[in-house]
Design a protein around this ligand. Sequence first.
Ligand code: PXL
Length: 280
Amino acid sequence: MKSAADQKRIVSLQDISCLGQCSLTVALPILSAMGHETVILPSAVLSTHTGNWKGFTFRDLTDDIPPILDHWESYGIKFDGIYTGYIGNPAQFDMALRVKKSFLNDGAALIIDPAMADYGKLYTGFDQAFVKKMAVYASNADYLLPNITEAAFMVGMDYRERLSYDSGYIEALVNALLDTGAKNVVLTGVEYKEGEIGVCVCNRDERKMKYYFGEKLPTSVHGTGDIFASVFTGALIKGFDALEAASKAAKFVCMSIENTPSTHVYGANFEGILSKVNDL
Ligand code: PXL
């Protein structure tokens, strides 16, 4: 069953953090504002994200996913893309791959944000066994969107701090991920020099490293990886190439951080600038 007229339909598999401005509460408004029909496949329901909250609840929805997919399949539902983010249970990787195999229109992409770590550390609840499974899953990506921590953990290289590496390190990370099978890698959070932060984009067959750099803001906020991945996905599915989509996403992250008061601690206030997401 096709979506309306030339509107694209995308499905996003990640958690609902009820409070916290991340995962589906970011992906759904952003993809919708970009004009896409957005279908959600909630991986888990948490009271908050796991970042700076203690005592959060976590309900794993793994068992609900196969019957949801069976139901959609009985109607012949197809998607123009699947975007997966935070997945708390590795049993869901095969479910995402089922969507890739059986639910995608021609030319549709699997976009994977291996949301599990940042600043050299795994998020609460993950371990190295999970990283290994994520790396296998991520090798199926048409577009893989790790930060430097996630990339280093997945390929077994050392994590290096901002400004302490050169292009040799960054490009080795990207090449190692492409060697696993991922078709395109978009590595976020690349900082070669003070004042600038950017992304490195590379295609498996071309192996030409392309960069976008923007201004590095003095503050960092939780959930910006989800904002980046959502705008990237929305732009890619509109037909922009990976570097264009990544630069739009990076600009929108920057604007979201600028729109967030320093008193607001758990997420970025992207909502106030959402009307600008198609003007980037
Ligand atoms: O922003 C990524 C993310 C998504 N979902 C949950 C998280 C995090 C990061 O910590 O905890 C539940």
